[in-house]
Design a protein around this ligand. Structure first.
Ligand SMILES: Cc1cc2nc3c(=O)[nH]c(=O)nc-3n(C[C@H](O)[C@H](O)[C@H](O)COP(=O)(O)OP(=O)(O)OC[C@H]3O[C@@H](n4cnc5c(N)ncnc54)[C@H](O)[C@@H]3O)c2cc1C
Length: 517
């Protein structure tokens, strides 16, 4: 790097007084039981850490991976790969340039484009490597049918993997757990070491400023020093379980009334990186807030807020729905209003109901199944997440919204439906369905925080950068602890992109770490 004085647009001190801004006290040398040496030390054994570890052992490197949870916790059903061989067989091609353009638009342009292209260009390679590791005979692989609508369209690069019945190599049924198991198996088979119940506390540097490893608290309660002579890779996930970090980087995430529990995701990596002098993404980081609260299904039906007023074009993706609800009075939940013909309406529009989180009443994929829908509705009613009434007044009372508002909203909505032109919110005519005849139903749903995307500024070689735009030697970041690729909002336009990124970055890391320094 030329001798220029440069600075990042990133989260820098001045300190705001958050407790995490202060590094912890050093563990006294006398308390450190031993030093464990390896070539590549990986902190975090979720999808990103495991994929990176598996790739490194495949490239002939010695790997130790530490994870603070006792057991693997993988949360995902979908894996994105841009233009995989599975897609090619079906004649599906993604226009990469258009995907990049849409991603940037969705992220308010606050993205390092080279990192985005790293994902776009290497996710399929990573996905193929995973299929090859598993042996394609062991897996059923399919591509998810992407949703196409005027307000929101998905790219058709989302894959599902399932273990075949006859496969004995793995135990996981499918999805993210299976992907993690594939990489974990590879890591261990090739001599890598995976230590669970082991929490990395802080990073260490040598006198030359190179990150050499970390101090960790181990499952036996002892402190140990772990050293990675070639690389220390941070893959500790996101900070969604740390309220102070959320306040600093993603305050909107704190507004979600419910949160998907992610034990372990307390932003340890971001903190360790910050203490080691890394430049972090500037706030606000992109949250995944899906409309999974309550019954978790909204459909295209009329949506009303807690005042009984319509507030949005209902034909959009569930992340957008969540954010809209957060902006409503109360901000915690909303209702979809259906009448007695809702099953026919859904059946007629089944293909238009798709899309992440828009699948009807508890069913993902497959064909329309009336009985399953009825069962789901009954279950939601039992759980208090759906309500049924013979009249709209009675329904308003049950869901505790002002009856006169609900009546007025429904009257206006029916006028819009009759005219076929939604001049109030612009929903396409095909999804305008009237509310006429009881029994009437209200589905209750609301925003739920899943995770948050933001971390250290990195190069396309995954090297961590300081606020002066210089590489911190020895230090790498991947997965949700790496920054630069997401901003503003989680881009559901290609579902499974977090897992897809983990695979793409693993490919890159392997190549980088076998190159001479
Ligand atoms: C309900 C739900 C559904 C989702 N579905 C999908 C999906 O279908 N597709 C998709 O792509 N994404 C999905 N996601 C998002 C996805 O789960 C995450 O983005 C992804 O797991 C990030 O991977 P990661 O390896 O970076 O972090 P994580 O998976 O969070 O792994 C980080 C690991 O680091 C460990 N760790 C943390 N701190 C320390 C420490 N100090 N020392 C040692 N170890 C530490 C943690 O224990 C954890 O195992 C979903 C999320 C949720 C909540």
């Amino acid at each position: 790097m030329p001798d220029l004085e440069l600075k990042f647009y990133s989260y820098l001190s001045p300190k705001k007084g958050y407790s995490w801004e202060t590094p912890p006290a050093k563990i006294p040398e006398s308390d450190i039981a031993e030093t464990v040496k390896t070539e590549v030390l990986i902190l975090g054994g979720g999808i990103s850490g495991l994929a990176a570890g598996a790739r490194c052992v495949d490239m002939g490197l010695k790997v130790v991976c530490l994870d603070k949870n006792e057991k693997l916790k993988a949360l995902a059903g979908q894996i994105a790969a841009v233009n995989s061989r599975v897609m090619a067989k079906q004649g599906i091609v993604i226009d990469k340039k258009q995907l990049a353009a849409d991603w940037l638009k969705m992220s308010g342009s606050r993205v390092q484009e080279d990192l985005l292209w790293l994902f776009i260009n290497r996710s399929a390679e990573g996905f193929h490597w995973m299929l090859d590791l598993a042996g394609e005979d062991n897996l059923d692989v399919s591509v998810y049918q992407a949703y196409q609508g005027p307000m929101f369209s998905e790219y058709p690069g989302t894959h599902h993997i399932f273990k075949k019945k006859e496969c004995t190599k793995y135990t996981a049924f499918g999805g993210g757990v299976l992907a993690c198991e594939i990489f974990q198996t590879e890591l261990l088979d090739k001599g890598g070491i995976l230590l669970r119940g082991t929490t990395a506390l802080y990073l260490e540097k040598n006198d030359a400023g190179r990150v050499t490893g970390c101090i960790a608290k181990c499952a036996d309660g002892k402190y140990r020093r772990y050293e990675g002579s070639r690389a220390v890779v941070i893959a500790t996930g996101d900070p969604s379980e740390d309220e102070e970090m959320m306040e600093a980087f993603c305050p909107i995430g704190l507004r979600a009334p419910s949160k998907f529990p992610r034990p372990g995701n307390t932003g340890d990596g971001q903190k360790m990186l910050y203490w080691a002098g890394a430049a972090l993404d500037n706030p606000e980081w992109a949250p995944t807030i899906h409309a999974l609260g309550g019954c978790g299904f909204q459909g295209f039906f009329l949506h009303v807020n807690r005042l009984g007023n319509r507030f949005m074009n209902e034909d959009t993706w569930m992340q957008a729905k969540s954010i809209r609800v957060l902006m409503q009075p109360g901000g915690d939940f909303a209702f979809s209003i259906l009448d007695s013909k809702y099953l026919d309406e859904m059946e007629e529009r089944y293909s238009e109901l798709g899309g992440q989180g828009m699948m009807p009443l508890g069913s993902v994929g497959g064909s329309f199944n009336r009985e399953r829908m009825i069962n789901s509705m009954n279950r939601y009613i039992e759980q208090g997440n759906a309500f049924k009434a013979d009249t709209l007044e009675e329904l308003a009372e049950k869901i505790e919204v002002p009856a006169e508002n609900l009546m007025k909203t429904v009257k206006r909505y029916n006028e819009i439906v009759a005219s076929g032109d939604d001049v109030d919110f612009g929903k396409r005519a095909r999804l305008l369905t009237s509310i006429e005849k009881g029994p009437f139903y209200a589905l209750k749903w609301g925003p739920q925080l899943l995770d948050v995307f933001g971390g250290a500024q990195i190069t396309t070689d995954l090297e961590v950068l300081g606020p002066d735009c210089r590489v911190i030697p020895g230090l790498y970041a991947t997965g949700n602890t790496a920054g630069g690729m997401y901003a503003v909002d989680y881009p559901l336009l290609l579902n499974g992109n977090s897992y897809g990124r983990a695979l793409a970055y693993a490919m890159q890391l392997g190549d980088v770490l076998v190159r001479p320094e």
